[in-house]
Design a protein around this ligand. Structure first.
Ligand code: FE2
Ligand code: FE2
Length: 193
């Protein structure tokens, strides 16, 4: 349903379980970046009223996810660490060439956002199914459902604002590229690592 072409190796959960503090730190910043992306789309494309309306709602939702993760960090007696580099996203956003019309740039940003939501959703599902800590597993099950909705929304906007045929072709190409990136990942205790 998410369209991803390479599932995460379930052994990634074993790596995560050895360092919950690290995954929560990385996860907190994923939620912060999702918030920042929504704000940035508002600033860059203010004339797309429906997008601005949805992004305004998304800012609230993503920052509430950040709070949920941050609260868990505090409850464990930890302090939020510094931001972690997201090699997955750094590699991903090299796919589409820079420039093009405003609409093209918007479509590319929406497709990147859809894919990051889809992969996050897949990772959260795996955590919800495999984590031995059942309370934490339930936490990830709830977040998984939110991220699935975001994936659908971003892909829907890309298809709405761009040419449907071109967007679908680009989406498939991006999914292929992402599967190549994923072959070298699933080895660290980060949400996309
Ligand atoms: Fe989120
Ligand atoms: Fe999200």
């Amino acid at each position: 349903m998410l369209g991803l072409k390479l599932p995460t190796d379930p052994r990634w959960v074993n790596i995560v379980e050895k360092n919950i503090e690290e995954i929560l730190t990385d996860h907190a910043y994923c939620e912060q970046k999702a918030t920042s992306t929504a704000i940035s789309l508002i600033v860059s494309f203010p004339e797309y009223t429906e997008l601005v309306t949805e992004m305004t709602a998304l800012v609230k939702e993503e920052i509430s996810h950040f709070k949920m993760v941050h609260d868990r960090i505090i409850a464990n007696g930890w302090v939020l660490g510094r931001d972690r580099k997201d090699d997955y996203v750094i590699q991903l956003i090299k796919f589409f060439p820079k420039g093009g019309s405003r609409t093209t740039q918007l479509v590319h940003r929406l497709l990147y956002a859809a894919l990051i939501e889809a992969r996050s959703c897949e990772r959260f599902r795996l955590l919800s199914e495999e984590l031995k800590d059942k309370e934490l597993a339930e936490f990830y099950r709830k977040l998984m459902m939110s991220e699935a909705n975001h994936y659908t929304m971003f892909l829907g906007f890309a298809r709405q604002y761009g040419d449907r045929e071109i967007v679908d072709k680009k989406w498939q190409q991006l999914l292929d590229y992402e599967a190549e990136i994923m072959k070298n990942l699933s080895k660290s205790e980060t949400i996309h690592g």
